[in-house]
Ligand binder design. Structure first.
Ligand code: N01
Length: 484
């Protein structure tokens, strides 16, 4: 190690959790760090996703760093651009910009038993004692393998790569996918002067989460009394964790209540045939709920058509469904989701024994306490396998994980060891504990959802938020292989 008193930390990703990692390192007196990002601006998800209607369905004051409250949120459920503005404000407030190297994509990291040698796409190399991958979760767009997609003559793009140069007014627009993203896009596009065809493969349950604008008085109060923002954050956290997050864990009144509200919401669709088409055949919450008061009104607008016939193939002029009908279209938008199991890859790791992360994760990704993998010393990540996702604020989860990671770095900084990596036994014990709770969860009740790993275990957290914080309160040295 270079200097155990001030180890070099390389943070990969200048999104919401990478910046938090930097802030927390600095707050704990560690200055020897750098953030790198493959893009030319901060923000991660909120920089990349700019599709019409993009917003967050987690309450704004809960989707906020605890240490950086934001009295200016304009609505309960913030729009994407407003979140990006907030993150840009955080960068300035914490003077982080000069600590970020932009357009630096990490492709490989090799550990020699002491330090990481990190290679960038541009050929440069850096050496670090710790690497912390803060690369987000849903950032690898999943393109559908529909035959003929490449033959389409018009504009085609994924929701996470929205092409704003393509005019939509007066056009025939097709949208494939009706998850959270598809619902937000169709709600927004339905208000415009265009013809929209929404291709639905599987109906989704839609939870009627109400939004509202904050008044000037409320904002002023939060400005003058920042403690109110902290209380509001806490109240929303308790509400989200005890409703949405609790409902997925095991059968309970919250699950019944959510289900009832989803069914009530569906009953507001007037046309019985359309309602039938929109009715899922699996339990509410099995797929991640779509949260929207706008989707059902949107899908009933005269310029919107819901297509439930399966897609057969795509031709130059449009989409051909299995009944042989050609749906002519000018623009094709793909709200077909993400690979939720890629994590920080394509970054490849190689340890001193020559093993790669791809080999270790061949049967599916796994981690100790969601943040580290056996065999890869001093390498940590946020939002890793089995993290609480989907029904929590990702910021709140990162805060818990970063606290734990910092404590690990602190153990190396102040202790006798130079490196630590999780023991296989501790990692297996943790994952057995997680697997044990899965049979009661809603994710295994008979639907396809993006939580499911290829090993058949949902990569999500089947316990409470409080339990997660307890599990990551303090690293236990006996769970790590340490090297002096
Ligand atoms: O992706 P999804 P998403 N042919 O995977 C369909 C978060 N998020 O981007 O259900 C036809 O949920 C697929 O159909 P099916 C949130 O956690 C948060 O919408 O697989 N259709 C489905 O309808 C969310 O859960 C916010 O049968 C195909 C859709 O595409 C997560 O991101 C906002 C297909 C994909 O839905 C992912 O949401 C937005 C094919 N070949 C998103 N392939 C917030 O507000 C896929 N589909 C915080």
């Amino acid at each position: 190690m270079s200097d155990t008193r001030d180890p070099r930390v390389l943070i990969v990703g200048a999104g919401m959790s990478g910046m938090l990692m930097a802030i927390k390192l600095r707050e704990s007196g560690k200055q020897n760090f750098q953030i790198v990002d493959k893009a030319s601006e901060i923000g991660g998800t909120w920089r990349e996703n700019t599709y019409p209607g993009i917003g967050c369905d987690v309450a704004a004051h809960y989707y906020t760093y605890q240490g950086v409250p934001n009295p200016e949120w304009s609505t309960r459920l913030p729009q994407g651009a407003e979140i990006q503005q907030y993150l840009l404000g955080v960068v300035e407030k914490h003077d982080l910009r000069r600590r970020i190297a932009f357009n630096k994509e990490v492709v490989q990291a090799d550990h020699d038993g002491q330090r990481w040698t990190v290679r960038f796409k541009d050929g440069e190399v850096e050496v670090a004692d710790f690497v912390v991958a803060c690369c987000g979760l849903l950032h690898h767009p999943r393109y559908p393998d529909i035959p003929g997609l490449k033959d389409f003559d018009g504009a085609v793009f994924h929701s996470a790569r929205w092409d704003h140069s393509v005019p939509l007014e007066g056009k025939r627009v097709s949208l494939i996918g009706t998850g959270s993203t598809g619902a937000q896009i169709s709600s927004k596009l339905s208000e415009r002067k265009l013809d929209l065809k929404v291709f639905q493969r599987t109906p989704q349950w839609v939870f009627p989460l109400p939004d509202r604008r904050y008044t000037q008085v409320e904002k002023s109060l939060l400005r003058v009394f920042p403690w109110i923002a902290r209380v509001v954050h806490h109240v929303y956290r308790v509400a989200f964790e005890n409703l949405f997050a609790a409902a997925v864990i095991k059968p309970c009144w919250q699950r019944r209540l959510m289900g009832w509200l989803c069914r009530w919401n569906l009953s507001t669709v007037k046309d019985p045939e359309l309602r039938r088409k929109l009715t899922p055949d699996y339990q509410p919450l099995c797929k991640r709920l779509v949260m929207s008061m706008e989707f059902y009104p949107a899908i009933q607008r005269p310029n919107v058509q819901l297509i439930t016939e399966g897609i057969d193939h795509i031709v130059a002029r449009g989409v051909v469904t299995k009944d042989g009908v050609l749906h002519e279209v000018d623009v094709l938008a793909l709200a077909t989701g993400f690979d939720a199991h890629a994590y920080f890859r394509p970054l490849e790791l190689r340890n001193a024994q020559g093993r790669t992360l791809s080999e270790v994760w061949e049967q599916g990704p796994y981690a100790l306490r969601t943040v580290a993998v056996p065999g890869f010393p001093n390498f940590f990540f946020t939002l890793g396998p089995q993290s609480p996702i989907g029904n929590f604020s990702a910021i709140s989860i990162s805060e818990t994980q970063i606290h734990y990671i910092l404590r690990c770095i602190e153990m190396v900084r102040s202790g006798p060891c130079q490196t630590l990596s999780p023991t296989p036994a501790a990692t297996e014990k943790f994952n057995a504990f997680v697997r044990a709770a899965m049979p009661d969860t809603i994710w295994v009740t008979g639907c396809t959802n993006w939580y499911m790993s290829k090993n058949g275990v949902p990569s999500a957290w089947p316990y409470s938020g409080a339990r997660f914080r307890r599990e990551l309160r303090e690293p236990d040295l006996s769970e790590f292989d340490v090297a002096a």
